[in-house]
Ligand binder design. Structure first.
Ligand code: AHG
Ligand code: MN
Ligand code: MN
Length: 331
């Protein structure tokens, strides 16, 4: 018999003392992901494609599905009674739980829809989430509550809306995948003990930014591109889906490295990806799968955030590759 998500969570509660409140939060998040998955699959039929006509706090155009997914996440999380605050890529300020709902001892950060440029072209997208403990549960969470290093995360995961809808989850004891059975609406455990191969044959980076990269990243990529006759002595393949969820999912299955480095396009932006709701959860997943993650100088999970929407350079995946590109930053 296949193990469902609820059976898996019950097993974690009895074997590893998983807090039932945290299990309830993950269940609520998984329900949000199911609803988003349903909207994604309806696409134009549900009127969810196209621009919303607004910008988020980072100055990016919001798609209708960014807003719809955010609202679905907020609603599900609020009703879980497991959190006392939320931050989202799509909302400028910390969100509190309305008075009619109970508060719980956790904080959650999420990117409700990752890979927004893929929505309208029917290519893989996802949702990413990160759960931290609240220092003290209270009715009104503030920015400072969220400024914890990623090491504090008690759970992280993503849901990928691709040919299959898959949920990736870690509680800091390895990484597991569930696949949504569309016939029953149930997430079913399909892979346990997910491990990243230590060496890489593939890399993912947006090469259109090459002229803006800093020297260590340029050196690292130049050496990969040089292939068999270069210093690495082997050929590397390249992929770029433009959705971090899909890149991380591929690396977890097939190895490799993903980089969204700092570049000199805009000195105010140290990278494109966001620390709290993209880099931290993906780094917790990578480390739990035996991989690594850095901004070039510091493991992502050790960075103490200064702002809730802080951006960060990210290089993650196969440990040997992350170590090599880190060493170039020290040279
Ligand atoms: P989001 O859609 O949540 O804003 O995130 C998109 C991110 C990330 O998922 C992806 O790796 C990267 O932006 C793509 O960037 P490019 O536009 O440079 O390809
Ligand atoms: Mn994103
Ligand atoms: Mn997003």
């Amino acid at each position: 018999m296949a193990t469902t998500l609820s059976q898996y969570l019950a097993r974690e509660e009895s074997l590893h003392e998983l807090d039932p409140v945290l299990a309830r939060l993950i269940t609520s998040v998984s329900e949000a992901c199911k609803t988003i998955s349903h909207k994604v699959r309806q696409g134009a039929l549900a009127g969810v494609l196209g621009l919303a006509g607004t910008e988020n706090v980072q100055g990016e155009d919001q798609k209708k599905l960014d807003i719809i997914s955010n609202d679905i996440f907020v609603d599900a999380v609020v009703r879980s009674g497991a959190v006392c605050g939320m931050v989202s890529e799509e909302v400028p300020e910390v969100m509190s739980v309305p008075d009619e709902f109970p508060v719980g001892p956790y904080l959650i950060a999420f990117d409700p829809l990752d890979g927004s440029s893929n929505i309208d072209i029917n290519v893989s997208i996802g949702s990413i989430f990160s759960v931290m403990p609240a220092v003290r549960p209270k009715r009104t969470a503030v920015d400072a509550d969220f400024l914890q290093p990623g090491r504090n995360q008690v759970a992280a995961g993503y849901c990928m809306y691709g040919p299959q809808t898959q949920l990736c989850l870690t509680f800091g004891r390895g990484v597991v995948f569930f696949t949504l059975d569309p016939s029953t609406g149930t997430f079913v455990l399909t892979q346990e003990d997910v491990r990243v191969a230590p060496a890489a044959k593939e890399f993912a980076i947006n090469c259109s930014n090459m002229r803006h990269w800093e020297a260590p990243v340029r050196r690292y990529i130049d050496e990969l591109l040089a292939g068999k006759t270069g210093p690495r002595g082997k050929d590397f393949n390249m992929r770029w889906v433009a959705a971090m969820v899909a890149e991380v999912h591929r690396i977890l299955q097939r190895g490799g490295i993903f980089l969204y480095p700092r570049d000199n396009r805009d000195p105010a932006k140290p990278g494109k990806l966001r620390l709290l709701y993209e880099a931290n959860p993906m780094s917790m997943i990578m480390e739990n799968a035996g991989g690594a993650s850095t901004n070039g100088h510091t493991p992502i999970l050790d960075i103490v955030p200064e702002k809730i929407h802080q951006r960060v350079a990210v290089m993650l995946g196969a440990r040997e590759e992350v170590d090599l590109v880190t060493s170039y930053h020290k040279a």
